[in-house]
Write a protein that binds this ligand. Structure first.
Ligand code: NI
Length: 284
């Protein structure tokens, strides 16, 4: 044993705290290793698809995936809330001679929409109003004659509102049937706020179909502005709009949207709307 090494060992003996440090360090490494190995033994959180014995049912309208348990030995299950993207297609100013074809397209594609009908048009096409309602669509009021309500007196607004209720609800054999009123041009004044007893329903995506009159461009306009919770404005009085609808539906579906009526969107996102207030956006 040479002199240098002996000196080093003596130093080690004289300084016991170095031993304590080294031993505790080694212990720490061992404990850390045990913790890591225990952690990796934790059960992996499985997706529903990976759990044997659980099968999906179609997701229900209440935003919750319903599952059926085929085995009773699954001891824990937490329901998964789906993150659905919702969108409401709305059609104004009808019914018209084009509405029937639109209803067929909606039916073929399994989509329910909302019709903001004019009272004057409902009087001319009461059977189409009934067909809309029978198809599970929502039928609401776009007033009687499509005049700018912000320029009318309270008496004038009341006449426009009540006329539409009488005409639309009359076609459906009901005294009252209107839950939302869409003011023409989205124009709202004090008289409107004072008189109309329903929440006012605007829109958040204007398809510009009334101006564009080209089905491919209408589709591009809707897709370019769609978002979760949007209300899309279209008009069932142009054949180019009806031509666009199937493409709009399949493209939005491709983007993961679920189609709902306006009232379904309201109930899902923001129930208890106030009367006299204009709404149009229902983001999550
Ligand atoms: Ni209109």
């Amino acid at each position: 044993m040479n002199e240098q090494r002996r000196r080093r060992i003596n130093l080690f003996r004289r300084l016991p705290w170095i031993k304590v440090l080294i031993i505790s360090g080694m212990l720490g490494v061992v404990i850390w290793g045990v913790i890591i190995s225990l952690k990796s033994d934790e059960p992996k959180i499985l997706l529903l698809e990976e759990i044997p014995g659980i099968s999906h049912e179609a997701s229900s309208g209440d935003g919750e995936v319903k599952i059926s348990l085929e085995f009773s030995n699954i001891w824990e299950y937490r329901p998964v809330l789906t993150e659905k993207k919702l969108i409401a297609l709305t059609f104004d100013d009808g019914p018209s001679e084009h509405t029937d074809r639109l209803l067929s397209i909606l039916k073929d594609n399994g989509v329910r929409a909302t019709f903001f009908a004019l009272g004057s048009r409902a009087a001319a096409f009461p059977d189409v109003i009934r067909k809309e309602a029978a198809g599970g669509h929502e039928v609401e009021s776009h007033t009687m004659n499509h005049v700018d309500l912000s320029k009318l007196s309270e008496v004038g607004v009341r006449s426009e509102a009540d006329g539409a209720v009488a005409s639309i609800c009359g076609a459906l054999g009901k005294e009252r049937c209107i839950k939302y009123v869409r003011p023409p041009y989205g124009a709202v004044g004090v008289a409107v706020r004072n008189v109309i007893k329903q929440p006012l329903m605007g829109w958040s995506v204007d398809s510009l179909d009334w101006k564009i009159r080209n089905s491919e461009m209408i589709k591009a306009e809707v897709l370019g502005h769609a978002f979760d919770g949007a209300i899309v404005l279209m008009h069932d009085v142009y054949d180019t709009t009806v031509d666009a609808v199937e493409g709009v539906i399949s493209a939005l579906r491709g983007d993961g949207y679920t189609f709902v009526t306006v009232d379904e969107l309201v109930q899902e996102r923001r129930p208890n709307l106030e009367t006299g207030v204009l709404y149009g956006i229902f983001k999550p």
